[in-house]
Write a protein that binds this ligand. Structure first.
Ligand code: G6P
Length: 626
């Protein structure tokens, strides 16, 4: 949610590093973008200050921004900051786009997060004679820093430090001034990483704009600031000015992971990567014969997990659907009650957490504000924290006591696909490990589960190799007259119905709802007519006969049935309007297979409707504001 990039170092790199970095961060927000280029004294003249800062902003994405910058602009600078926005305060517009500059032009900054007390600060600034151009909380922050700087007659760094002490909310900021050759950054709750390259420093919301230049990264912690001076000296400090030794981490991320690799979109690439990403999640953890599954990251917390009276799983969005799938798996094999909550609800509901309870957070990005805050709250209340996280080194990965990385690789498409199957695979491993250690899985069942686990990538590959039917069905339902879809399933597949509906909503803007199949009689059946496509996951294992009855109920009311069926199911082929076969599997693992045709169907419908599948309107990949 909002991406920020900055560069300090060699003049030849500055603007290009920031523009290409913004392109890599566009998944975080793409309703407007901007850059500020700082020129040194002598390169450009400025009557007031030593440096001059030129600011370019545009509504739309980074391409629109780049096209709007006149060719006459000097495309060389040793200090540049940039931003790609997901609007919170104020509609997307050039005026509300970052970077924002303070009234007397002493401060230019980019910001990711929300300044919660901006109204209070703004009122005070208005009393002091400040005027505002935008509706943003960020402009308030720029003016507040300037005001503190002028009022306290201190240096630039102290002014930022003092100003931040007055701020309530979340921020990752990059601040520059024409009066200084320093670039200052600070963070609280929103992520910020500093890449240490040979020719300079690349600062960004995550590692993706950095790895092209260096794998050496410093992750700033909450309430820390960093200052880069003379293009080479980096200092880290707390908000109280105590100095901190920087810790450089080496990130394991390749450029090809963050590029499209010949696919039309990141989403299609990521759907197709699932054979490999699920394999990556399982690899190294799936042992031979009766050996326990190897999951080093969870050994420490295993006693708490096995003793837990209750497990909470909290997450948002697609990760919340994975949580529902995980609940079914853990309850089935470990026989421990699991409560699934939306992180945004959990954090404000005064949850009953008892000693010994374990709270599991599931998150692709590891940065989702609500999930992080909910976990922090659970920690304060004494819960052990466990994470299922994709992004290595992310805030939540560092917050939890133990966890499992899903190893799905970088997911750029805003609508989550491979990260979801990675989460479900990780939860399956967790449930199996718990169930076995608790003595609930006998040797035969354990060997069967392991063999099923081993066969998952091959079955996923088979689904991905036969997508013509899915494409043909999508083609039929692309027509505008189909504006509502219903997704039905039962048992282990029910979370997949919810996830299928979410995928369609997110990228094609078609209204869709997921329901437990039997529930339709309590309302949704009233919607059924010949223009209402109903997608039913009707696989052989688990409530098959019951769901066939549900399908009959819909057919009797002229509903259109698209059934996800088990390979070789001739019965449903006679009843359904369309069917998509998936390989036979136990009920436990079916969610992993059933979800893939639904991802593809949403994808094809969205593409045929000319929607931007990687960057759906109004959405952002990493929701770092609550
Ligand atoms: C956003 C994304 C979703 C994602 C959700 C939770 O809404 O668009 O794809 O499922 O955030 O994100 P997380 O990173 O915590 O899994």
């Amino acid at each position: 949610m909002c991406g920020i990039v900055g560069y300090v170092g060699s003049k030849t790199y500055g603007p290009d590093v920031v523009i290409s970095g913004l392109r890599r961060l566009e998944y975080r927000g793409y309703d407007s973008a901007g850059i500020a280029i700082r020129y040194n004294p002598g390169e450009r003249s400025d009557e007031m200050y030593g440096h001059i800062i030129e600011n370019w902003r545009e509504q739309g994405g980074v391409d629109e921004l780049y096209d709007s910058i006149p060719e006459s602009v000097i495309w060389e600078s040793d200090c540049v900051i940039g931003h790609t926005r997901w609007a919170t305060h104020g509609a997307p517009s050039r005026r509300n786009a970052h970077p924002h500059t303070s009234m007397n032009r002493a401060i230019t900054l980019v910001h990711n997060g929300i300044i919660e007390n901006y109204e209070t600060l703004k009122t005070k600034l208005i009393q002091e004679g400040y005027e505002f151009e935008s509706q943003t909380d960020t402009e308030v922050l720029a003016n507040w820093i300037e005001y503190i700087w002028e009022k306290s007659a201190t240096d630039f760094v102290s002014a930022v430090r003092f100003a931040l002490q007055d701020v309530v909310g979340a921020y990752a900021i990059l601040v520059i001034s024409p009066k200084s050759d320093q670039l200052i950054m600070a963070k609280k709750s929103s992520p910020l990483a500093i890449g240490v390259a040979e020719h300079g420093f690349i600062i960004a919301s995550d590692a993706t704009p950095i790895v092209e230049y260096t794998k050496d990264i410093i992750y700033l912690e909450d309430d820390q600031m960093a200052v880069i001076e003379n293009n080479i000296d980096l200092r880290l400090m707390n908000l109280d000015a105590t100095e901190i030794d920087p810790v450089i981490e080496r990130v394991d991320l390749d450029l090809e992971q963050i590029e499209k690799g010949g696919f039309d979109s990141f989403m299609l690439k990521e759907i197709n990567e699932q054979t490999e990403t699920i394999q990556n999640c399982i690899r190294g953890r799936l042992t031979d014969d009766l050996e326990p599954l190897m999951m080093g990251g969870i050994d420490g917390i295993m006693p708490q997990l096995l003793r837990a009276n209750k497990i909470f799983i909290i997450a948002c969005g697609t990760s919340w659907h994975a949580a529902l799938a995980g609940k079914n798996m853990i309850e089935k094999l470990a026989r421990i009650p699991v409560e699934v909550d939306y992180a945004s609800e959990f954090r404000y509901k005064d949850p009953i957490i008892r000693p010994g309870d374990v709270v599991i957070g599931i998150t692709q990005s590891g940065e989702t504000a609500d999930t992080k805050a909910a976990l922090e709250m659970a920690k304060e209340r004494g819960a052990s924290l466990f994470g299922i996280v994709n992004v290595v080194g992310s805030s939540i990965a560092r917050l939890v006591d133990a966890g499992i990385y899903t190893h799905s690789g970088v997911e750029v498409g805003v609508a989550s696909t491979k990260a979801f199957t990675g989460q479900v695979a990780a939860l399956a491993l967790l449930a199996m490990r718990m169930g076995r250690q608790l003595g609930n899985i006998n040797d035969d069942s354990y060997l069967r589960l392991k063999s099923a686990l081993r066969s998952i990538p091959k079955k996923v590959a088979k689904i991905l190799a036969n997508t013509d039917d899915i494409l043909a069905i999508a083609d039929e339902y692309t027509d505008e007259k189909y504006h509502d879809f219903l997704y039905l399933a039962r048992g282990f597949n029910f979370p997949i119905a919810l996830e299928g509906a979410l995928k369609l909503k997110e990228i094609s803007y078609i209204h869709a709802e997921g329901y437990p199949a039997a529930e339709i009689k309590h309302g949704p059946i009233a919607l059924i007519d010949h223009e209402m496509p109903v997608i039913v996951i009707a696989t052989k294992k688990g409530h098959y006969e019951k769901i066939v009855s549900n399908i009959h109920e819909i057919k009797s009311r002229n509903g259109k049935i698209i059934a996800i069926v088990t390979e070789g199911d001739e019965t449903l082929k006679k009843i359904a309007d369309h069917w998509i076969e998936i390989p036979e599997s136990s009920e436990f693992f079916t969610p992993l297979f059933a979800t893939i045709p639904l991802q593809l169907m949403s994808y094809y419908i969205a593409v045929m409707r000319n929607c931007n599948v990687d960057q759906p309107r109004n959405l952002a990949k990493s929701v770092t504001v609550e």
